[in-house]
Design a protein around this ligand. Structure first.
Ligand code: SAM
Length: 270
């Protein structure tokens, strides 16, 4: 496949630009995504179309969100409107619930690392319409996403995302696959939203608060971490040992804690 590049484009740091240049890795990533005709593929940050070309060749069409106007103009020279629907916007500001509202999405992207966590949280709002997400992120971030309770990397990102998605790390990608090479190793992660009727019922705001407070200081016990919002008795009522550390608790425990907290708040308001 012919590879074309935007001559003279200097990678913009503020947009987290590291472009994939290595055919071996690009093909491996696209095999991991497995795009098929009819899939509603949405790519965040197509850049110079390293992945885009293969996806369009396989699926026939892609929708893409690109913030860099020069790259957007370049992309329009590479594909027809039938092949590429381009949204020139900041993916962080996009209302994801309104993107192809009739379709079930397959979202992909070699994500700009500087916005990856907030973007993952934004995308959660559309998770009930998503088939799967394949992202390239810093290895360290992917390790946190898929970490299990008790591991050093288990934290807020693990709990919040594991509540909503099943996640699987596919493989690492070395810095040499990019131009310019990033300072760190990257990884590909597959995220599959859990079916809505299998999600544990929880007040999501309370859940976010509990998880954020619990991991604010990792070494603290859950009793100390949550002392501003819950008593030890309330923690016990959620079936959690107040002396436990947040990093040892499974997602279900945070859900139980959030539900006890939300109930207490409701009772207070009566
Ligand atoms: N997909 C290309 C590749 O693999 O070579 C480019 C990847 S590069 C790491 C990240 C891309 O995301 C760039 O094209 C950049 O301009 C774009 N980008 C950065 N911030 C963005 C944002 N907030 N919204 C949409 N695109 C963004």
């Amino acid at each position: 496949m012919k590879q074309e590049w935007l001559e003279g484009h200097h990678a913009r740091k503020r947009f987290g630009q590291n472009f994939l240049h290595d055919k071996h890795w690009i093909e491996r990533i696209v095999r991991g995504i497995d795009p098929k005709p009819g899939d509603a593929l949405v790519e965040i940050g197509p850049g110079q179309a390293a992945i885009t070309r293969y996806v369009i060749a396989a699926a026939g069409h892609e929708t893409a969100v690109e913030i860099d106007r020069d790259l957007a103009a370049f992309l329009r020279t590479q594909f027809t409107e039938e092949e590429l629907s381009l949204i020139e916007e900041d993916a962080l500001k996009l209302d994801w619930t309104a993107v192809l509202p009739e379709k079930r999405l397959r979202i992909i992207g070699n994500l700009p690392y500087n916005i990856s966590s907030p973007l993952l949280f934004e995308l959660m709002k559309a998770a009930d319409r998503v088939i799967d997400q394949h992202f390239m992120l810093q290895k360290e971030v992917v390790d946190r996403m898929v970490a299990e309770p008790g591991s050093k990397t288990y934290g807020r990102l693990s709990v919040m995302l594991q509540y909503r998605y099943r996640m699987h790390k596919l493989f690492d990608v070395p810095p040499g696959a990019f131009v310019p090479p990033p300072k760190v190793t990257s990884s590909i992660v597959r995220m599959i939203p859990k079916a809505v009727d299998t999600l544990l019922p929880v007040d999501f705001e309370a859940f976010s608060t509990v998880v954020a407070l619990a991991f604010q200081q990792r070494r603290k016990t859950i009793r100390n971490g949550l002392s501003t919002v819950m008593t030890a008795e309330m923690i016990e009522a959620a079936g959690v040992n107040p002396g436990a550390r947040a990093e040892t608790l499974p997602v279900e425990s945070f859900v139980a804690l959030a539900n006890v907290m939300a109930e207490a708040k409701k009772a207070e308001a009566l």
